[in-house]
Design a protein around this ligand. Structure first.
Ligand code: GAL
Ligand code: ZN
Length: 662
């Protein structure tokens, strides 16, 4: 992180503000209500291109001048968009060639948003020209706190299959391979796919049956890079014209999205920001939120980050859009804060009357101020004012969890033993750590693991030789590792590592797997030690490792399922199946105990506690997801109430607490 929105003393609170959807007389009222709600930061202009450049090279900035002045007078900081997220109809109409093309050859039409192909020179030139105008006009505006570039790159169109993208993809490949190398990497002797000249190479468009896995994987890499290139071009304009204004773009590091390699993206922003929406039908949605927040902190290399969007209540894009329960948005906000966010914003300030998102909740609902939502917004906004001292602090963690976007792209392809969901698989294991009250830092493969007592490696499907050696070296030198099934299977081109699974990690784990035995939906297998598992099993041979638990029924009766290998000075565990929730907690508590990892504080099940640490002091943020009041063995001053907690910290049912520790 090399920057942070300027002029903010306490955690940021606010949301996307789209005044162009409202008549002028509403703007003043907005600012007054924002002040009442403790709002200190809003994102303005994200989708305003058509209102700013009203026709080819004809600009109207008057309304935005007025809005920014009003916000500034109200003491509200602005994360100003460069407004390139949704090109206007006059632009796409004149340049249909800038519209993206799907894998089946259909060119998408105007009438929604994100209607651009990432490699379109027209789009890029016009986006850059608009960015320049905005930077020149507002670069010195006193309300400006940061630049918000574009919006959720790739959210709707992460891959474009047009002829131009095909050309640029070929250039991207030529920078990495010669033609022989490409044929080897993609294994093109299979099904007569051998390429004898570069012009035969295409994006993985719709084909009669399964595409080439190496081609799909490289195209995913290329598409992430192509969008990143676009971001960098927009960012560079801003950095050149306004070098002191921090730049971000909002990521979607969460359960809904995996098309961009955010490890690469995170290196290019001044501060990391993320959007997160809970999955309303998931009773454990708060644990998914925690994983997303830890992942974002990882992307931010441990530095504070900004939650750019969440919802106050229902969204409008899930199969059934449940409202958030009373107190839920508050708990969500504090979970993000606990896990390193120095601010939590919403989509959006005022609920729209028209357009596709009119049934999406907002800070100020259709029903107005006299609502559960607005009251809760005002409450948390006021509370954040008392939490200024947390800003800039980091988060304590003893465990590292390896997360790899490319393994998702490689392992989620068709024609695998099971339909695989990488994020869900990581989340499955993460839940056990959450239940055990242990905070994890999410790291990329090959990260520096100094200081971590345990590294958890879920489904790291594809690894380079260097990455495999990195984990081996770590354990050999005394580290503890836990690796789960479908790790180390393939190299970086999705070619299987032969000799038995889990290929790259066979020696480290002291096992050899000869065949996968996926289980049928709903099937459960029993294991020794009172454990049970489902979804996956494999015909595994202990090859020097110790056996912790074996199947006692099912097709693999007697075969090891959980193993532990002493390797060099360290220990490497292997989970060859998907343990059920309680069993995962049982095994993980042994793994953690062996590695010397302890929970942040001893708290009842369902109570989340995370420690943030400053230079001299530390804080505990507690979120009670249960329906019972609890008292935690924690001493200090509770910052929201100002009360001394010498006799233990009460956290009411569904409530939160923030304690400065003594
Ligand atoms: C995000 C997007 C916002 C809004 C929101 C609704 O993906 O950035 O503009 O559409 O979703 O949940
Ligand atoms: Zn394209």
């Amino acid at each position: 992180m090399t920057g942070w929105p300027t002029g903010l003393a306490s955690p940021s609170w606010g949301g996307d503000y789209n005044p162009e959807q409202w008549p002028e007389h509403v703007w003043k009222q907005d600012v007054e209500l924002m002040r009442r709600a403790g709002v200190n930061l809003v994102s303005v202009g994200i989708f305003a291109w058509a209102r700013l450049e009203v026709a080819d090279n004809r600009f109207d900035f008057g309304w935005l001048d007025q809005v920014l002045d009003l916000l500034h007078d109200g003491g509200i900081r602005v994360c100003l968009a460069n407004a390139t997220a949704s090109p206007p109809p006059w632009l796409t109409g004149a340049n249909p060639d800038m519209l993206p093309v799907r894998a089946d050859g259909v060119r998408l039409s105007h009438g929604s948003r994100q209607e651009y192909c990432p490699t379109s020179p027209v789009y890029r030139d016009r986006a850059i020209a608009l960015t320049e105008k905005i930077a020149l006009r507002y670069g010195e505006h006193p309300a400006l706190a940061a630049w918000h570039v574009n919006n959720e790159y790739g959210c709707h169109v992460s891959r474009c299959y047009c002829d131009r993208c095909a050309d640029v993809f070929r250039d991207w490949l030529r920078a990495r391979y010669d033609l022989d190398g490409l044929n080897r990497a993609w294994g093109t002797d299979f099904w007569s796919q051998h390429y004898s000249s570069w012009d035969q190479v295409l994006p993985p468009r719709v084909t009669p049956t399964l595409p080439n896995p190496g081609q799909v994987l490289d195209f995913a890499r290329f598409c992430s890079d192509a969008l990143l290139d676009l971001f960098c071009a927009e960012r560079d304009v801003l950095k050149e014209l306004t070098p002191d204004v921090p730049v971000t773009t909002n990521f979607m590091a969460n359960w809904t999205f995996s098309a961009l390699n955010y490890w690469h993206w995170a290196a290019e922003v001044d501060f990391v920001s993320n959007d997160h929406y809970t999955r309303a039908d998931d009773p454990e949605r708060h644990i998914e939120l925690a994983l997303s927040a830890d992942l974002v902190r990882g992307l931010s290399r441990g530095e504070p980050w900004l939650l750019m969007e969440q919802s106050t209540s229902a969204v409008n894009w899930q199969p059934r859009n449940f409202a958030k329960l009373a107190g839920e948005m508050r708990r969500n906000s504090y979970s993000h804060l606990a896990r390193g966010a120095d601010g939590t914003l919403f989509f959006q300030w005022r609920q729209s009357r028209a357009g596709a998102e009119r049934f999406h909740s907002a800070m100020l609902p259709h029903a107005g101020e006299d609502t559960k939502v607005f009251r809760e917004v005002t409450q948390v906004g006021e509370e954040y004012g008392r939490l200024a001292e947390l800003v800039g602090s980091t988060v304590d963690a003893q465990v590292a969890l390896v997360y790899d976007f490319e393994s998702a792209w490689a392992a989620e392809q068709p024609a695998h033993p099971v339909a695989f969901d990488y994020y869900a698989t990581v989340l499955g294991l993460y839940k056990a750590l959450w239940r055990l009250g242990v905070t994890v830092d999410v790291v990329p493969p090959s990260a520096d693991l100094t200081g971590y007592r345990l590294v958890v490696v879920p489904a790291l499907y594809q690894v380079t030789d260097d990455e495999a050696r990195w984990l081996e070296d770590h354990v050999r030198a005394g580290g503890h590792a836990l690796v789960t099934w479908f790790s180390g299977i393939a190299d970086e081109n999705s070619r299987v590592r032969p000799g038995g699974y889990p290929g790259a990690f066979r020696d480290l784990l002291g096992v050899r797997v000869e065949e996968f035995f996926p289980l049928a939906d709903g099937d459960t297998v029993r294991l020794t030690g009172g454990l049970s598992a489902s979804y996956w099993s494999e015909l595994l041979h202990a090859n020097g490792c110790g056996v912790v638990s074996s199947y006692v029924d099912g097709p693999l009766d007697g075969v090891p399922a959980v193993t532990r290998n002493e390797f060099g000075e360290g220990v490497a565990w292997y989970l060859a199946t998907t343990l059920d929730a309680d069993s995962a907690v049982t095994v993980l508590s042994d793994v953690l105990a062996g590695a010397g990892v302890t929970p942040t504080v001893s708290a009842p099940p369902g109570v989340e506690v995370v420690r943030r640490r400053g230079e001299r002091i530390s804080w505990l943020v507690a979120i009670n997801h249960t329906g019972a009041d609890v008292v935690l063995p924690v001493e200090g001053v509770e910052l929201i109430s100002g009360v001394d907690t010498a006799g233990g910290l009460p956290v009411p049912a569904g409530g939160v607490a923030v304690v400065r520790e003594v």
